[in-house]
Design a protein around this ligand. Structure first.
Ligand code: KIV
Ligand code: NA
Length: 264
């Protein structure tokens, strides 16, 4: 069982200590990331892009995420590991529970789902069955074809208010963690203040309770495209360990993300 549980993450939020998170997909990196004191590892469906070379997360399956979750769990037996529920595995609560069970059996401590209020019954069902849930709001990559691209979300006042209401509804339903992606920094701050559960941001400014990045992006491996909100932590350093430690240090110090990585 992992050392850090959700109670530990809430304690960090209450103390104002930043939570550090990275994606991980295999045993070797999971072991190294754990040794660098990263609080949370996410087996993201971003594996469709960074491992499978696809241009979206849509083709990723539960078997894919379960396989990589097993690898991560083997490499980091004590880590707090979240596994992404893939596209179309949670259209309603029952199928969500079946797919989430696969990920829990593979070694996940929590599953993550993309969506707003429509997920309330699903979050309730998963939690009731003993499966902790991380909600995901803002830019939802599984909905890229509806959103019309990977674009910043929650810019207009009405959309921002809607995101806050969704976050509160999901927390009330039992979600124990929230990821917010690609939203203005002011909204990242607002949603973090509005919730008791920790809010982990990616492209959501420096004032969320924690930060997460895709490992390949923060090592500068995704040479074709580096999103504005990420940073190459390997640049100017001579080891992967130094890069991971620099990320942890900068997130904890509040120096990453800086204004240049932030949407206003
Ligand atoms: O799949 C992923 O890597 C994610 C993070 C970007 C939060 O969902
Ligand atoms: Na994801």
């Amino acid at each position: 069982m992992s050392r850090i549980r959700t109670a530990g993450l809430i304690k960090k939020k209450q103390k104002g200590e930043k939570i550090t998170a990275l994606t991980a997909y295999d045993a070797t990196f999971a072991k190294l990331i754990a040794a660098c004191d990263v609080d949370v590892m996410l087996v993201g469906d971003s594996l469709g892009m960074v491992l499978q070379g696809l241009d979206s997360t849509l083709p990723v399956t539960t078997d894919d995420v379960a396989y990589h979750t097993r690898c991560v769990r083997t490499g980091a037996p004590d880590a707090f590991v979240i596994a992404d529920m893939p596209f179309m595995t949670y259209p309603e609560p029952f199928s969500a529970c079946e797919h989430a069970a696969e990920l829990m059996r593979a070694g996940a401590n929590m599953v993550k789902l993309e969506g707003d209020e429509w997920l309330v019954p699903t979050v309730e069902a998963l939690t009731r069955q003993g499966i902790p849930v991380c909600a995901h709001l803002g830019l939802l990559p599984q909905s890229v074809n509806v959103l019309g691209g990977y674009k910043i979300q929650g810019r207009e006042a009405e959309a921002a208010d809607r995101l806050i209401a969704s976050a509160q509804a999901l927390e009330k339903a039992g979600a124990q963690l929230l990821v917010v992606e690609c939203i203005p920094a002011a909204l990242g701050k607002r949603v973090s203040q509005a919730l008791t559960i920790p809010v982990i941001g990616i492209g959501a400014g420096a004032d969320t309770d924690g930060q997460i990045l895709v490992m390949h992006d923060m090592l500068g491996l995704n040479a074709d495209y580096l999103p504005k909100f990420t940073k190459n932590f390997l640049a100017g350093r001579d080891s992967l360990e130094a890069a991971f430690r620099a990320y942890v240090d900068e997130v904890k110090a509040g120096t990453f993300p800086g204004p240049e990585h932030t949407f206003e």
